[in-house]
Design a protein around this ligand. Structure first.
Ligand code: SF4
Length: 225
């Protein structure tokens, strides 16, 4: 799960622009922006772009305003690039978080925009779109991959049938890619008990994975039950 997105940055306007750029590619929809973060990519000083839209519906989601594919207060992509221009040499990289960044077909072009400024790229994903993730992995330097539950148990968390199969495939792609990664799971005790957490550990161990971060659920900004 991505952490809670901050309110819009004062340096970046919310123009709700058209979804098509001047070059005809799909514009990346930004629902939030953090100009300085020390926690979104371990060991790196970054800015974080919160992608608009997520196909899943986790009960503990901190960013429910990012779930619709089109947000009510999106930030202007051109302004955001302008802001990042002013931070060249001051930040190590830019993280695409969400929401779910791979939901958007404009993600590759958005990453390319930022790469040309010399930034390294981090990606937060839960892996709902394995094919799109496969196309994006060569463009990123690090992936923070959310493991929601044991793969057979995913739908209970995401509330979307078949999500575990997609997440499993995406995890395999990350492992095969050779891209640096971190796996993490949000522990909401009302959804994941000790047995459910042990099931996750057993599945990851079958892939030879020994490092898996458990993060405490924080009931901040979630929707009312
Ligand atoms: S994957 Fe779940 S927690 Fe993350 S943005 Fe989507 S609904 Fe929210």
């Amino acid at each position: 799960m991505a952490r809670k997105a901050n309110s819009p940055n004062a340096d970046i306007s919310s123009k709700s622009p058209s979804n098509v750029t001047e070059t005809g590619t799909e514009r990346f929809r930004v629902g939030g922006f953090e100009s300085l973060s020390f926690c979104d990519w371990p060991g790196e000083i970054v800015a974080t772009v919160f992608a608009q839209g997520c196909p899943w519906d986790c009960p503990y989601c901190h960013n429910p305003h990012l779930l619709p594919a089109i947000g009510s207060n999106e930030l202007d992509w051109t302004d955001l690039l302008g802001f990042l221009e002013t931070r060249r040499g001051l930040l190590d990289g830019v993280v695409f978080s969400g929401g779910e960044p791979t939901l958007q077909r404009g993600l590759g072009a958005a990453i390319a925009n930022i790469r040309t400024m010399g930034y390294r790229i981090g990606l937060h994903s839960g892996g709902p779109y394995p094919q799109r993730l496969a196309a994006i992995l060569p463009l990123v330097d690090w992936v923070g991959f959310d493991i929601k539950a044991a793969f057979t148990d995913y739908d209970r968390i995401t509330r979307v049938p078949g999500s575990g199969l997609k997440a499993r495939k995406s995890l395999e792609l990350v492992l095969e890619s050779g891209v640096d990664y971190e796996l993490r799971t949000t522990i909401d005790p009302s959804l994941l008990d000790d047995k459910a957490v042990a099931m996750i550990g057993a599945e990851l161990a079958a892939y030879g994975i020994v490092s898996h971060k458990l993060q405490k659920y924080r009931p901040i900004g979630i929707r009312a039950a």
